[in-house]
Design a protein around this ligand. Structure first.
Ligand SMILES: [Zn+2]
Ligand SMILES: [Zn+2]
Length: 286
């Protein structure tokens, strides 16, 4: 099973993208298509965490489950609404297809690859800025406060950071990327980000030089800032390689100790984390 684990990534991400193509082809609503595909993805990933765990101790709650479920249930809905409003505002401002230079004649898969390359570029710099600028680190610390790395971590994000991340889609709208290609990218990248954090012993070999997956991302959750300030890629890791922030040590396992350094006072509850960027006394944390 472990030797076949590299197959899980292409099967699950391409499966999610294919399910979205079929759903859109049959005229199902966008909301239900996204909801059903993401629910199916989560059920599969949870089952795989138990079948093939990377760290068995990360299977049990570290007192983080309730907080993470609140991030998933509350933040993701708020953010979806705000992103929708931003998109509608943007379209009203520049028109439905922006400057319309998008290569709409390309096959759908090639358009999704192009979206991935462009979105990953902007996502890389937004993520890197969250590590380098103290004001943004206050938001991003919510994600790095996770005491273990598992599938729900992808939802542990401050809503203001999620909205900033969402802005990385605006250049694509401006270039005129069509909704179908963006939705297929959403299905694919949603599955990717769940797998990126999943506590599954997923070995992807040479794909670690193209994609930002769990083997590299676990280093990003290290309590040591010099290890965490690397591997900023969302879907692709290639921008980390280009800009010199790629780190995947082969001589040791990624850290079991994850979280914020020197952060014993950092809140563990949902509301405390939402308020944390605005509490000045917390920010002696590096
Ligand atoms: Zn980070
Ligand atoms: Zn993460």
């Amino acid at each position: 099973m472990r030797r076949l684990s590299w197959l899980l990534y292409p099967v699950l991400t391409l499966g999610a993208a294919w399910a979205m193509v079929v759903a859109l082809d049959r005229g199902y609503s966008t909301f239900w298509s996204v909801a059903i595909i993401q629910t199916a993805a989560v059920i599969l990933v949870i089952a795989l965490e138990y079948a093939l765990p990377f760290r068995r101790e990360w299977l049990r709650s570290h007192g983080d489950m309730r907080t993470d479920i609140a991030h998933l249930a509350i933040t993701s809905n708020i953010v979806t609404g705000v992103r929708w409003a931003i998109t509608v505002g943007f379209v009203a401002l520049v028109g439905p297809t922006g400057i319309a230079i998008w290569p709409t004649s390309w096959p759908l898969w090639a358009q999704v690859v192009l979206i991935t390359v462009i979105q990953s570029f902007f996502g890389y710099w937004v993520h890197r800025a969250h590590h380098r600028l103290p004001i943004l680190w206050r938001l991003h610390a919510v994600h790095h406060s996770a005491p273990r790395v598992y599938w729900l971590n992808q939802a542990r994000v401050h809503p203001f950071e999620s909205i900033l991340d969402g802005l990385t889609l605006l250049p694509l709208l401006f270039l005129g990327a069509p909704e179908t290609a963006l939705l297929v990218f959403t299905a694919f990248s949603g599955m990717h980000l769940t797998l990126q954090h999943a506590n599954i012993d997923l070995r992807v070999g040479v794909l670690n030089w193209i994609l930002s997956l769990s083997e590299a991302h676990r280093w990003h959750h290290s309590r040591e800032r010099h290890e965490a300030d690397a591997n900023y890629g969302g879907v692709l890791i290639v921008w980390d390689i280009v800009f010199g922030t790629y780190a995947l040590p082969s001589d040791r396992l990624p850290p079991a100790d994850t979280g914020l350094s020197g952060a014993s006072a950092y809140p563990t509850g949902y509301l405390g984390q939402i308020a944390s960027p605005f509490r000045r006394q917390l920010w002696r944390i590096k």
